[in-house]
Design a protein around this ligand. Structure first.
Ligand code: MF3
Ligand code: CO
Ligand code: CO
Length: 256
């Protein structure tokens, strides 16, 4: 069952989304050569707590950290450590979730550490654009799988591959609510979109067609080929007035 949010819940979720977007941007600004993923994690937790929020992932099914920090061939759920040091040419996916006033928010992006090659730049651009293809379909009366189809067909048209093992999700009083939102599939299926629905839409994209694998730590998802992967995620609400991208606005600007 898809839990519809009230107006006042949406107001809180909007505030939460804006707080989280700003924190993700700040963390990503610090993703520069020489920093460890644990450094970014500590910073993220400090910023969340200063904002009166709690990390949503810490303790979730035993997950040990505030952010997921997935480097290069890591797709999602990379655990931050002191020993993973960012280097020029890496890409880093940062996923962060927040809980405040009983409501969750979830957002992610992949950033370049210094200069990256052309093919990897394309991967990042396509993944982010695919998220916006999905978001465009979040309109009253559309069906759920219209989102999935828009994302997946765009990625395939660009010659890249959707990660099929992990999906987007409803979000609100729980981090993961119904429905599941795959990043591929035919359009025109599933429930019609209604005001009060809130979704975390999150395409994950890689260069190879093979299934991903999970490392022995039980969390880190990696590509089978060792090729790089990217992940972008927004928490998005449907209101009577239309679509509202709650976690929008975290611009990343870096001086060097
Ligand atoms: N943020 C992930 C998602 O987008 C879930 C992470 S759960 C964790 O749904 F435990 F790995 F953090
Ligand atoms: Co997430
Ligand atoms: Co999510």
């Amino acid at each position: 069952m898809i839990a519809l949010k009230t107006r006042s819940e949406l107001t809180v979720m909007r505030e939460n989304g804006q707080t989280l977007a700003a924190i993700l941007a700040e963390v990503c600004r610090q993703a520069v050569p020489g920093k460890s993923t644990a450094f970014l994690d500590e910073m993220a937790e400090d910023l969340l707590r200063q904002a009166g929020a709690k990390p949503a992932f810490k303790g979730y099914r035993g997950y040990p950290a505030t952010i997921c920090a997935s480097l290069n061939e890591e797709v999602v759920h990379g655990i931050p450590t002191r020993t993973r040091i960012l280097r020029e040419g890496d890409i880093l996916s940062v996923d962060i979730g927040l809980l405040r006033d009983g409501l969750y928010s979830d957002t992610a992006m992949t950033v370049a550490v210094g200069e990256i090659d052309e093919q990897t730049r394309h991967l990042l651009q396509v993944t982010e654009a695919s998220l916006w293809c999905g978001i465009e379909q979040v309109t009253l009366g559309n069906r759920l799988s219209d989102i999935s189809h828009a994302i997946g067909s765009y990625i395939e048209r660009e010659g890249l591959h959707v990660v099929k093992e992990y999906v987007g999700h409803g979000i609100g009083r729980d981090l993961h609510e119904d429905p599941q939102i795959p990043n591929y599939g035919p359009p025109g299926n599933g429930p019609r979109l209604q005001a009060g629905m809130v979704f975390a839409i999150e395409p994950m994209v890689k260069n190879d067609p093979d299934p991903t694998m999970v490392l022995d730590d039980g969390w880190t998802v990696v590509t089978a080929s060792g090729g790089v992967a990217a992940h972008f995620e927004h928490t998005v609400a449907i209101t009577e007035a239309g679509i509202d991208v709650l976690t929008r606005g975290g611009e990343v600007r870096r001086s060097g």
